[in-house]
Write a protein that binds this ligand. Structure first.
Ligand SMILES: Nc1ncnc2c1ncn2[C@@H]1O[C@H](COP(=O)(O)OP(=O)(O)O)[C@@H](O)[C@H]1O
Ligand SMILES: O=C(O)C1=C[C@@H](OP(=O)(O)O)[C@@H](O)[C@H](O)C1
Ligand SMILES: [Mg+2]
Length: 188
């Protein structure tokens, strides 16, 4: 991908996007992969395709623990392959096994958004089973508070802001990691 003239950047290490539901992992990850011309993977999508069922159906039918096991398998498989942009599900980074495989093979990037922005993004969607409660905003707040310290373990944090489009967020991630020569190599 040519950036700023003749410089081309080649992804040599998987970049795993982590963070809360609604932080933009899926949307920004897809844009970032397109920008770098590398494959995009989303752990939720892989699970859904393998199970031939939605995330909500898997939670309902098989339970969250089953989903978390499939999620760990998918992430371990994906980080072994060629470097990709990998968008994880919001709960994935909580598990030590996932943090471990991601840190062995890739760079973790936390898309850090405040609660109001997250709520605006998830409030009208029914695709996230953890928010199907009588008080979804209260639940989101609890999850947010419980997870912040764990997301902070990521290698890099990138602030999400309401004024930034998906493409601008992808640019911001790229700008943040562009100095990491272990992740992006300049090809002339
Ligand atoms: N920077 C952004 N600007 C506008 N909308 C966004 C942005 N990032 C994400 N969105 C939208 O917010 C919603 C949640 O984004 P998504 O990528 O699914 O988040 P995650 O995968 O982290 O749960 C989607 O409708 C997506 O299109
Ligand atoms: O935060 C979580 O525990 C979850 C986040 C979801 O992914 P997104 O973060 O992409 O919405 C999905 O994996 C599942 O609903 C559980
Ligand atoms: Mg997602």
């Amino acid at each position: 991908m040519p950036i700023g003239g003749q410089v081309e950047l080649r992804l040599v290490k998987t970049v795993a996007l982590v963070g809360m539901m609604g932080s933009g992992k899926t949307a920004v990850g897809r844009a970032l992969a397109a920008r770098l011309d590398v494959p995009f993977r989303d752990s939720d999508t892989e699970i859904v395709e393998a199970a031939q069922a939605s995330i909500a159906e898997i939670f309902e039918r098989d339970g969250e623990a089953f989903f978390r096991d499939r999620e760990a398998e998918v992430i371990a498989r994906l980080v072994r392959d060629e470097p990709v942009i990998l968008s994880t599900g919001g709960g994935a980074f909580l598990a030590e096994r996932n943090r471990h495989v991601i840190s062995e093979a890739g760079l973790s990037v936390w898309l850090k958004a405040d609660l109001e922005l997250l709520w605006e993004r998830v409030r009208h969607k029914e695709t996230r089973p953890l928010l199907q409660t009588p008080d979804p905003k209260g639940t989101l707040t609890q999850i947010f508070n419980a997870r912040q310290d764990i997301y902070a373990l990521a290698d890099v944090a990138v602030e999400a802001e309401p004024c930034l489009s998906i493409a601008e967020m992808a640019d911001r991630v790229l700008a943040t990691i562009s100095g990491r020569t272990d992740v992006l190599k300049e090809v002339s």
